[in-house]
Design a protein around this ligand. Structure first.
Ligand code: MG
Ligand code: MG
Length: 329
C-alpha cells in the first residue's frame, strides 16, 4: 500500500477535481479495453495464450471473444457514457425515466456486448414503461455496479445519503438486488472519497473495512480470487484483492485482468478506482494512446462536463419522483 498523502478530503480545487474525474473515467475505459481481450478465459488459458509475453497479458490489443479492434471498449464504458449523458441532459439529476430511456437507446444502437439481466430488464421497460424493476434475488450481476462512475462525478459534492439514493436509482433500472445495491453504494462512496483526495490506506480504513464488516460476503479472502464471474460479489473479491495487493495503477490492472473471468468488468471497476486513487499521471501513456480516440475524447469530455455541472452557478436544479441530484445535495 502507498504512504498517506498530506491532502485532506474537501481540499481539492476544481482543476484538480477535473483531473481526478478524468483519471477515473480513463481508468474505467482502459481497464475495460485491457480486460476485454481475456474475458471468459481462465488464468491458465491466459498464461498459455500469452506465453511469448512471459504468460502475462499487459497490452491493449483488442481481440477476445468479441473480436474487438485494438482500443475498443465494451458495455462497461459505453453504458457509463449513456448514463452520464442522461444525467447531463437532466442538469445533473439522476432520474429513473431518463436513465431507462438512455439505456434503451444504447441497446437500440446494437452495442458489442450486453449482459443478460440488462437486456431482459430493458426489454421489460420497453413493454411496460416502468423504469424501475422489482426486487429480484437473481439480479446480483455486476451490470449496475460497472456504471456507477457518472453518478459519483455529477454528485461529487453531495452527501452520502444523496449519493447512495442516486446510485440506486440508476441501478434499479436493470438490477434491483441487495448485493448489487451494496456494491453500487460502496463503489460510489469510494469514488467520491477518491475524487476528494483519499489514499488507498484511508480508503481501506474508512470504506472497505466497514463495508465488508456490514456485508461479510464481500470480505477479502486470503485465497486469490481467480476466474471471477459476473456475480457482483465475485467481481468485487477480485477487484479489492487486486487493489489492496498492488501499489500502482498498472500493477493493479494487470493483476486483475490476468485473473480472467469477467475481466473487462473487473478491469473497468478496478480501473476507475485505481485511476482516482493514483491519478492521471499513473495511467501508462501506451494504454491511453492505444485507447480508441473517440472513446478517449468522450470519456475526458464527459468527466469534465459532469464536474463542471456542479460548479455552474447558472444551472437550474430539478427534482422529480425517483430522482436525486442537485436539489438533494
Ligand atoms: Mg463488457
Ligand atoms: Mg464483462
Amino acid at each position: 500500500m502507498p504512504a498517506e498523502s498530506p491532502q485532506t478530503a474537501g481540499s481539492v480545487p476544481p482543476a484538480n477535481l477535473q483531473r481526478q474525474a478524468e483519471a477515473a473515467y480513463l481508468g474505467l475505459a482502459v481497464g475495460d479495453a485491457l480486460g476485454a481481450t481475456v474475458e471468459f478465459l481462465t488464468p491458465r488459458e491466459i498464461r498459455c495464450a500469452f506465453a511469448a509475453q512471459h504468460g502475462i497479458h499487459r497490452e491493449i490489443v483488442g481481440g477476445g471473444w468479441l473480436h474487438l479492434p485494438p482500443g475498443q471498449v465494451t458495455d462497461d464504458t459505453t453504458m457509463s457514457l449513456a448514463l452520464g449523458e442522461a444525467i447531463l441532459q437532466r442538469d445533473g439529476t439522476v432520474e429513473a425515466q431518463a436513465c431507462a430511456r438512455a439505456f434503451d437507446a444504447w441497446m437500440r444502437g446494437k452495442p458489442v456486448d450486453i449482459g443478460n439481466t440488462v437486456r431482459r430488464n430493458l426489454m421489460r421497460f420497453r413493454r411496460h414503461g416502468n423504469p424501475q424493476v422489482p426486487p429480484s434475488e437473481h439480479d446480483a450481476g455486476n451490470g449496475a455496479a460497472m456504471r456507477v462512475l457518472p453518478v459519483a462525478l455529477a454528485l461529487h459534492d453531495a452527501d452520502e445519503r444523496t449519493l447512495c439514493d442516486a446510485v440506486r436509482v440508476q441501478a434499479h433500472v436493470t438490477h434491483h438486488n441487495a448485493e448489487s445495491d451494496a456494491a453500487c453504494e460502496f463503489l460510489v462512496l469510494a469514488l467520491h472519497d477518491g475524487l476528494h483526495g483519499t489514499t488507498l490506506r484511508r480508503l481501506y480504513r474508512e470504506r472497505i473495512h466497514p463495508f465488508v464488516n456490514r456485508h461479510p460476503q464481500f470480505r477479502y479472502r486470503p485465497r486469490r480470487a481467480e476466474n471471477p464471474s459476473g456475480y457482483v460479489v465475485h467481481t468485487l473479491h477480485a477487484v479489492l484483492q487486486a487493489l489492496l495487493d498492488t501499489g500502482s495503477f498498472e500493477e493493479c490492472l494487470i493483476d486483475v485482468v490476468n485473473r480472467g473471468g469477467d475481466a473487462d468488468t473487473t478491469g473497468a471497476i478496478a480501473g476507475m478506482l485505481a485511476g482516482v486513487l493514483y491519478g492521471l499521471e499513473s495511467i501508462p501513456l501506451r494504454w491511453l494512446r492505444a485507447l480508441n480516440p473517440d472513446i478517449r475524447a468522450r470519456c475526458r469530455g464527459q468527466a469534465r462536463a459532469l464536474i463542471e455541472r456542479r460548479h455552474s452557478p447558472n444551472t437550474a436544479s430539478t427534482y422529480a419522483t425517483n430522482s436525486y441530484g442537485r436539489s438533494d445535495a
